[in-house]
Write a protein that binds this ligand. Sequence first.
Ligand code: G3H
Ligand code: 13P
Ligand code: NA
Ligand code: ZN
Length: 305
Amino acid sequence: PLLTGLEILAAARAGGYGVGAFNTNNMEITQAILEAAEETRSPVLLALSEGAIKYGKRQLVDMVIHEAKRATVPVAVHLDHGSSYESCMQCIEWGFSSVMIDKSHEDEATNTRETKRVVEAAHAVGVTVEAEIGRLGGIEEHVVVSEEEAILTKPDEAERFMQATGADYLAVAIGTSHGANKGKGRPFIDHQRIQEIAARIPNPLVMHGASGVPNALVERFRASGGELQYASGIHDEDVQKAIEQGIAKINTDTDLRLAFTTRVREVLRQKPGEFDPRKILGPARDEMKEVVRKRLELFKSVGKA
Ligand code: G3H
Ligand code: 13P
Ligand code: NA
Ligand code: ZN
């Protein structure tokens, strides 16, 4: 069934496990996420970015909401990185149960004002809200403190922001970044900062840019002709430690993109005579489902639904 993001995430933070928020853009990705969630009895969030909505239009939105309602595990349909009040309101009107308003690139006063406006309107109709404070970036371990402080989420600012806005869950900048290259070697995750934020904020915390960018997948992508010079993701142990420290929502998009494209490349290479889309997209769907299943096991959400 369709639940709010907060209903799913509050249970996760209280229970010390993480919930996966996976980005979807089409039918196959949606099926992969929901089948893995149902088979492992895991709650899950289906995340749609504004780019996803532009690509898939109402057909994608309606399918995702319909399938979330039909699912036998708790599912929230979530707007990822909503850029404006209007964008959030449009998604709420369509039936989303969770929205993110991302004004993290504005100053604190603007972020606070804009987030509060979305929270008031969303709460009036029973939808819960993610906000963000701090800026994700390619932080490396050797970065000087003043530079780091300018980007990563400040615990006191985060506490002030949550009290002023009434947002339900908070995306924090603690060292991750979006995409397939999160920094040289093992990307630096500021665990102490997560703990300091979690000590001040009882709300579920959100880790963006959490993909693992598995080496095996990267190697297969390259072996099948894909070009990817630098690749690095968040280590499994860092994700698990972050969950123990208060992260309840973990965003994954890149790993699904890599799995999809790798398998499509392999099938096209191995079967040059194949031109039935189902024989190409079906294996890609299986590959993504396996990625989702592994992530849900890592987050320890298996059996929580
Ligand atoms: O954080 C961004 C997500 O990976 C979605 O990306 O805006 O290209 O759909 P997108
Ligand atoms: P990745 O690029 O690490 O998959 O992060 C996705 C994300 O944060 C979506 O909001
Ligand atoms: Na940000
Ligand atoms: Zn993100």
